[in-house]
Design a protein around this ligand. Structure first.
Ligand code: PMP
Length: 376
């Protein structure tokens, strides 16, 4: 009875919640390095802003997000009419798919791109076209190949999704190659540049995509408060686009898609510059430590511009995943992405990284390169 696009949909598998692991395995003091959350937590000013609005919770949120849109617009040097707020940037991605795709039309994305693109496209009944990713022996292994992506664009293409940096690969694109790619497309194709991890990229590598909006009305840039701003539990993200595109997205958006707590917390987070700076610094140090530690196990761990790494364990990663779960550490197996040898691991606090590396070294010493399967 379900709609055609929904019949073949496979649900998104999120990182295992801490409460599930503790209930199922009887472990305590669990650490979760599975969903690219900010281990420093939410910014203090966001918590204060939330407390201040609790008495207003009987009222619907501001459906237009006036205050937040104005602050964001000011910060990003765009106009409020260019911003569309979403219940997480995931919501924005779905709204974009619904707005621009009909059955029979196509959207293109890369192999190993963020899994939600293909789900959002399929749900509309449109066809997803997947471009082969970079080979593993090239720079940015498994990352987007813009040449291959360009080759997927045809007469029926309405949308192209690009994650920069990409999750789960951590790979990124230079400003020049990304700009050239967008310019090479017919202006009737909308390009979504998903910058969920933008603030984690070293500043020199960040393309100034928002400044391109003046000349590229077919560009949509998506960002989120879930990652560096530490507000994943509240669900708030946004798109910046040409105002005419924003006007279309706002027709599809549910009138109260972003709740009051999320709006005030996001607004306060914009001014929590210390929190962002501290998160960036800790992430850079953590990435180095994690890559060095995992590489010393014999794993292959390419550079990442996000707050996570994609590690090739060289064996059955599911076994490492299970063995870590039994020791109270949640990472993300990648079989769902067609990468059964890989684990995606979020950069945690320094002491969490130490614990992970210690446990992995113990497992390696005890079990060798492929930990024993779990005896249920
Ligand atoms: N884009 C990318 C590349 C992501 O990794 C994620 C979250 N994992 C999202 C978008 C969605 O994040 P949110 O809905 O929490 O904003």
């Amino acid at each position: 009875m379900a709609a055609r696009g929904v019949r073949a949909l496979q649900p998104y598998i999120p990182g295992k919640p801490i409460a599930d692991l503790e209930r199922e395995y009887g472990v305590k003091d669990t650490i979760k390095l599975a969903s690219n959350e900010n281990p420093l937590g939410p910014p203090q000013p966001s918590l204060e802003a939330i407390r201040a609005v609790l008495p207003d919770l009987a009222l619907y949120p501001d459906g237009n997000g006036f205050d937040l849109k104005h602050s964001l617009a000011n910060r990003l040097q765009v106009s409020p009419g260019q911003i569309t707020l979403g219940n997480g940037s995931n919501d924005v991605l779905s709204i974009i798919a619904e707005t621009f795709l009909s059955p029979g039309e196509e959207a293109a994305y890369s192999e190993y791109a963020f899994a939600i693109y293909s789900l959002a496209v399929q749900a509309t009944g449109a066809t997803g076209r997947m471009a082969p990713a970079n080979r593993v022996d090239l720079p940015h292994p498994l990352g987007h190949s813009l040449k291959n992506l360009r080759a997927q664009v045809g007469d029926q293409t309405r949308l192209v999704f690009i994650a920069n940096p990409n999750n789960p690969t951590g790979t990124w694109l230079s400003a020049t190659e990304l700009h050239q790619f967008i310019v090479s497309l017919p202006p009737t194709v909308i390009v979504v540049v998903d910058e969920a991890y933008y603030e984690y990229m070293p500043a020199v590598d960040r393309p100034d995509t928002l400044s391109w909006l003046h000349d590229l009305p077919n560009l949509i840039v998506c960002r989120t408060f879930s990652k560096i701003y530490g507000l994943a539990g509240l669900r708030i993200g946004y798109a910046v686009s040409h105002p005419a595109v924003a006007e279309l997205l706002n027709r599809v958006r549910q009138p109260f898609n972003v709740n009051t707590l999320a709006q005030v917390a996001a607004l306060a987070a914009l001014n929590a510059k210390d929190h962002v700076l501290k998160s960036q610094e800790m992430n850079q140090r953590g990435l180095l430590r994690l890559r060095t530690g995992l590489t010393s196990l014999g794993w292959s761990v390419p550079p990442s511009a996000g707050n996570f790494v994609l590690a090739d364990t060289g064996g059955r990663a599911e076994r490492w995943y299970e063995a870590l779960l039994r020791r109270g550490i949640i990472v993300r197996p990648m079989s769902g992405y067609g990468l059964p040898h890989h684990l995606r691991i979020t950069v945690g606090l320094p002491q969490q990284i130490d614990r992970l590396l210690l446990v992995l070294r113990e497992l390696r010493a005890h079990d060798g390169p492929d930990p024993e399967p779990v005896q249920q």
